[in-house]
Design a protein around this ligand. Structure first.
Ligand code: AOF
Ligand code: ZN
Length: 361
């Protein structure tokens, strides 16, 4: 393997440590190399925290390698930023430390940066090579690229079905389908996405909390579709413990009963997003757009059948995670038919998980 690729792959490995910690920022890694030796490395560890390049420079300094930065090569998985955001521009830092060469995995689609980071480096006389690790980077940051490329969050559909293909029992009540370890995996997945979405029936019948309890990680934004604003205020969803977005054609009457301190306040606001009746826009497009407007880059759709099928019919989804138990239980609500390209099977205790990607993706 050529050594540029070798160091970029190392940087990508570091970037991946940011999963579940950095969104809506991308996962980014950086490796600094002098004379075929790594003198410092780092990754973007936390949303709002220092970027990968800053971490790597600090690491080099901490190791007593500051004098080696001038003339070194920086390997960064994403184009170094050029804007004053939560932190000053990384491109400026690389210029200031007099790096000689910068090798970049792929460009940054964020309009605040796109191309400007590279232009700034070149203007300072730094040799820049771009686009050496696009495919792997696009896979790692698929949420971030979908958000900027398609102007909607990345959509993961998740459901658990019985061996005979049901989502819910005869009475419409949830069935205990997946086992202990599958439950832990689902909580880990919740911590990896910006939002979880459920439909009205699931909210009413299951009364879910939609938080991360069985894994140490961030809570996602809860999003609930409440078309006619009919959900009762007693639901966990309205407890103000987590940011919550209620989407409907009518403002939910539950919102009038929610204590004022929860409504559009920090840290845990409950917000209402209006869906417009009678527009040509499909409901699912509107649901995703409301999330896009709030900078939500990914969403785990946890049911029920109506909303899962709506996403499938509209073709607006990116991944499916389907859990099949070994037990037949009979039921009333049939599980959706998965589509797309089968990527992997995973046996988790008694459960078989199957992962699909949209064909062509
Ligand atoms: C980099 N290195 O490690 C990351 C970058 O609000 P801020 O200041 O954190 O900026 C966020 C934007 O910066 C984000 O949308 C993306 O364009 C870029 N992320 N850039 O040079 C990094 N995480
Ligand atoms: Zn930066």
């Amino acid at each position: 393997m050529n050594s540029d690729l070798k160091y970029l792959k190392r940087a990508l490995q570091l970037a991946a440590y940011g999963l579940g910690q950095v969104s809506p920022n991308p996962m980014v890694g950086c490796v600094l190399v002098h004379d075929e030796t790594i003198i410092g490395e780092g990754w973007h560890q936390q949303y709002g925290g220092p970027h990968a390049e800053v971490q790597a420079v600090r690491d080099a300094i901490g190791r007593g390698n500051e004098h080696l930065l001038a003339g070194a090569t920086a390997y960064v998985t994403l184009e170094p930023c050029s804007h004053y955001g939560k932190t000053p521009p990384c491109a400026d830092l690389l210029v200031e430390k007099r790096l000689q060469r910068v090798v970049i995995g792929q460009g940054d689609p964020n309009p605040l940066v796109a191309g400007r980071g590279v232009a700034r480096l070149r203007a300072a006389g730094i040799a820049v090579e771009e686009g050496l690790l696009e495919e792997e980077g696009a896979e790692l940051n698929r949420r971030f690229f979908t958000f900027f490329g398609q102007k909607r969050p990345y959509v993961i559909l998740k459901w658990a079905e019985t061996a005979d293909g049901y989502l819910a029992g005869e009475d419409g009540k949830p069935l205990p389908i997946s086992g202990e370890l599958s439950g832990v995996a689902v909580h880990r997945w919740r911590s990896e996405e910006d939002a979880i979405l459920v439909g009205t029936t699931t909210a009413r019948v299951d009364n879910p909390q939609l938080n991360v309890r069985r894994w140490a990680g961030r809570n996602p934004v809860r999003v609930v579709l409440d078309r006619r604003g009919s959900l009762p205020p007693s639901l966990h969803l309205f407890d103000g413990r987590q940011p919550t977005l209620v989407l409907g054609y009518q403002r939910s009457s539950a919102l009038d009963k929610v204590p004022a301190r929860y409504l559009d306040s920090t840290p845990h606001p409950i917000a209402y997003g209006r869906l417009e009746p009678g527009t040509h826009e499909h409901e699912i497009d509107q649901v995703l757009h409301q999330m896009y407007l709030r900078n939500i880059q990914s969403v785990l759709v946890e049911g029920g059948a109506t909303i899962l099928n709506a996403f499938l019919e509209r073709g607006l989804w990116d991944e499916i995670r389907r859990c099949q138990s070994t037990q037949k239980r009979g039921g009333s609500i049939r599980a959706p038919l998965p589509q797309g390209t089968l990527r992997a099977h995973e046996q988790v205790q008694e459960d078989l998980w199957t992962y699909y990607r949209k064909s062509g993706a």
